[in-house]
Design a protein around this ligand. Sequence first.
Ligand SMILES: [Zn+2]
Length: 157
Amino acid sequence: MHRRQFLLGLAVSGLALKVGAARAETYPFTLSDADWRGRLSSDQYAVLRQEATERPYSSPLNAIKTSGLFHCAGCDNALYSSATKFDSGTGWPSFWAPVAGAIGSRTDYLLVYPRTEVHCARCGGHLGHVFDDGPPPTGKRHCINGVALQFKPGPVT
Ligand SMILES: [Zn+2]
């Protein structure tokens, strides 16, 4: 009985450590919390650093149909191309693929059921979530908070 409880305790603390390690992941671009607060607007900070979700249809980036790249509002990493943008009808800027290597992902349970969270691979800033109901060729829908992005017009391949 004692041994069983001990083993159970080990399993639980192992899980907690794993979650903690994922959160403490380091990124090439790192700032102190105070510096992030100084660099970002309060809306940007809430989304990028605290995983808040902007109101649907609130982002002017929803309407953008011109050619260009969507950069991270935190560190300027190029994340998504206009070539992969589509109108998902959800009220959030949506893409069927990221720029190669630009984002990282992990599973979150903020809404109890598991979702695939995506963040900037350079600064770790939270961007949004990925779902499996997107269009071809990937079938993925990257549902991204517009406030986490900055659009830079220009030619894309
Ligand atoms: Zn970034």
